[in-house]
Design a binder for this molecule. Structure first.
Ligand SMILES: [Zn+2]
Length: 271
C-alpha cells in the first residue's frame, strides 16, 4: 500500500487537502525539487526516495531514516503468503460507499485514485473512511505461494488515524470489466499529473466478500505496523487488455513477502 505519515496522522484532513498532500509528497519523493506549500501539513521536502530494486529497494528501506526502521526491524510486516487461514466468526464489513468522484494521480510508485469525502466501511464498532485506491503488479500477497496478476488496495482510516486496507486480487478473464474502466483510463497519466474520474467503489469489489484478515503493515516506507488487513479471497477478473494497460503504467511495484512470525490469518465468510 501507499501512504505517508502525515496521512496517517491527518485524520481530520478533507479529501481535497489530502489529495494535495499526496501529490506534493510524491513530488518531493521523486525530485526533491518541489517545495511543499504551507497548506500541506507535514509534507516536508525531505521525504526519502525509494524504489523497488537496487540500492533504494525493499532490502534497504529500513535504512532510509529512523522513521522507516520498521521496514527492516518490524515483526508484523505486509505482504505475506496466505497459506493457512483459520475460519472465524468476526464482524462483517459494512460498506457505506456513497461517493464516486475521485482524483486520480500518478505518484511515481503507482496510479492512485483519491476518494472524495463520504465513503466508509464499518467493522464492528469501528468506522474507517475510504482514503484512496491504488494497485501493485503482480500482487503483493500470494495464496499458497501463487501471485495474482495484480492487487488493488483500498486504504481506509479512522478519525484517530488507524488504518484498514482491503486487498482485491486481479486475475485475467475473458471480458472487459467496466467497473475498472475509469481507473484504467487514468493509468496513462504522466508523473504527478491528476485527473478527475468517477468510480463506483462497490463494483470494484468481488460479489462474495469473504476475507482473509490479519494484522500487518504498510507495504511501502515507512512500513508502519498496526494496519488491519482485509484481503478478498475471491479475485476480480479484468481482460488481458485491461491488465496490460495497468502493468504498462507500473509493474514490479510489489514488496517481497515477509514472515508470518506467529500471526494468525483468519478466514471470515461474507456473501
Ligand atoms: Zn498498496
Amino acid at each position: 500500500m501507499k501512504t505517508r505519515p502525515h496521512q496517517v496522522l491527518g485524520g481530520l484532513l478533507v479529501a481535497a487537502v489530502l489529495a494535495t498532500a499526496l501529490t506534493v509528497g510524491s513530488a518531493s519523493a521523486q525530485t526533491s525539487a518541489t517545495a511543499a506549500p504551507a497548506a500541506a501539513p507535514a509534507a516536508t521536502t525531505t521525504l526519502p526516495h525509494w524504489t523497488y530494486g537496487g540500492k533504494e529497494g525493499p532490502k534497504h528501506w529500513g535504512e532510509l531514516g529512523p522513521a522507516d526502521s520498521a521496514c527492516s526491524h518490524g515483526s508484523y510486516q505486509t505482504p505475506i503468503d496466505i497459506r493457512k487461514a483459520t475460519p472465524a466468526k468476526l464482524p462483517k464489513i459494512r460498506f457505506n460507499y456513497v461517493d464516486d468522484t475521485v482524483s486520480e494521480i500518478n505518484n511515481g510508485h503507482t496510479i492512485e485514485a483519491v476518494a472524495a469525502e463520504g465513503d466508509s466501511i464499518t467493522v464492528g464498532d469501528e468506522a474507517f473512511s475510504l482514503v484512496q485506491m491504488h494497485f501493485h503488479a503482480p500482487s503483493e500477497h500470494t495464496v499458497n505461494g501463487k501471485p495474482y496478476a495484480a492487487e488493488f488496495h483500498l486504504v481506509h482510516k479512522t478519525a484517530e488515524g488507524k488504518l484498514a486496507v482491503i486487498g482485491v486480487f486481479i486475475e485475467r478473464g475473458k471480458k472487459t470489466n467496466p467497473a475498472y474502466d475509469t481507473f484504467i483510463a487514468g493509468s496513462t497519466l504522466s508523473n504527478d499529473a491528476t485527473q478527475s474520474e468517477s468510480i463506483d467503489w462497490l463494483s470494484i469489489l468481488p460479489i462474495d466478500k469473504t476475507t482473509y484478515r490479519y494484522q500487518g503493515s504498510l507495504t511501502t516506507p515507512p512500513c508502519s505496523e498496526g494496519v488491519s488487513w482485509f484481503v478478498m479471497k475471491n479475485p476480480v477478473q479484468l481482460s488481458a487488455a485491461q491488465i496490460k494497460a495497468i502493468t504498462a503504467a507500473y509493474s514490479g511495484n510489489n514488496r517481497p513477502l515477509n514472515p508470518l512470525n506467529g500471526r494468525t490469518v483468519n478466514l471470515v465468510r461474507q456473501k
